[in-house]
Design a binder for this molecule. Structure first.
Ligand SMILES: [Zn+2]
Ligand SMILES: [Zn+2]
Length: 212
């Protein structure tokens, strides 16, 4: 039982049960308590509990199953439970899909980060501008799924698209970042004729920003 309580504590750290689900769990515990010593034919159905169950956002099938168990011979399944154990049983069962969902979301984010970083490594390996541009494009698509905050350092001189040195690829020729909206770097800037340190910046002033 010790293990089970620790598990309950742990899932509470992830999230608290929504209000509707708490009401259903409470109602089912009361129903179980009031009916467990009654003869089966003395147990009155409770439309109120069903009504509460249908207001839940998830766990409807599970709660409905428990309710029907309590109204039938299947209530024998819960006969050995104490009140606390029965309540914990409902909470753990309810939280199961939520815990899985959280684990899945974390795995997806880790995958997006790994893919994002791998694209960056490929970017560093190639000197082909077209290839770099395409890798930068893929990184921009992945960026929101990494859970990282990217500060956009600049806006593209041509289309005003946001450019981040942490996402986009550098042009091998002019070394400026390639805009993934229009594909321009400094090479296409009117009057630009090769890299020189004192070039007047074709970028607009910085607008620190993020993707959220
Ligand atoms: Zn652009
Ligand atoms: Zn360039």
């Amino acid at each position: 039982m010790q293990l089970q309580s620790e598990f309950v504590k742990e899932i509470y750290l992830l999230d608290k049960l929504p209000f509707e689900e708490q009401r259903v769990i409470h109602a089912l515990v009361v129903f179980w308590k009031c009916t467990r010593f009654l003869h089966l034919n003395q147990v009155r159905p409770s439309p109120r509990i069903l009504e509460l169950i249908y207001k839940c956002s998830i766990g409807i099938d599970f709660f409905r199953q428990v309710y029907h168990d309590l109204c039938s011979d299947r209530r024998i399944k819960y006969v050995g439970f104490s009140e606390t154990e029965f309540k914990q049983f409902l909470e753990i069962e309810y939280n199961q899909p939520f815990v899985e969902h959280q684990a899945q979301a974390r795995a997806n984010q880790e995958q997006a980060r790994a893919d994002f970083d791998a694209l960056g490594e490929e970017m560093a390996k190639t000197t082909d501008r077209k290839e770099r541009f395409e890798l930068g494009l893929r990184r921009e698509v992945l960026a929101p799924f990494t859970g990282r905050i990217f500060v956009y350092k600049n806006h593209c001189w041509c289309c005003q698209g946001r450019i981040s040195s942490a996402i986009h690829a550098q042009c091998p020729r002019c070394t400026f970042y390639i805009c993934s909206s229009c594909g321009n770097c400094l090479c296409g800037f009117p009057g630009y004729s090769g890299y020189h340190g004192k070039a007047v910046s074709p970028f607009l002033p910085d607008y620190p920003d993020d993707l959220s």
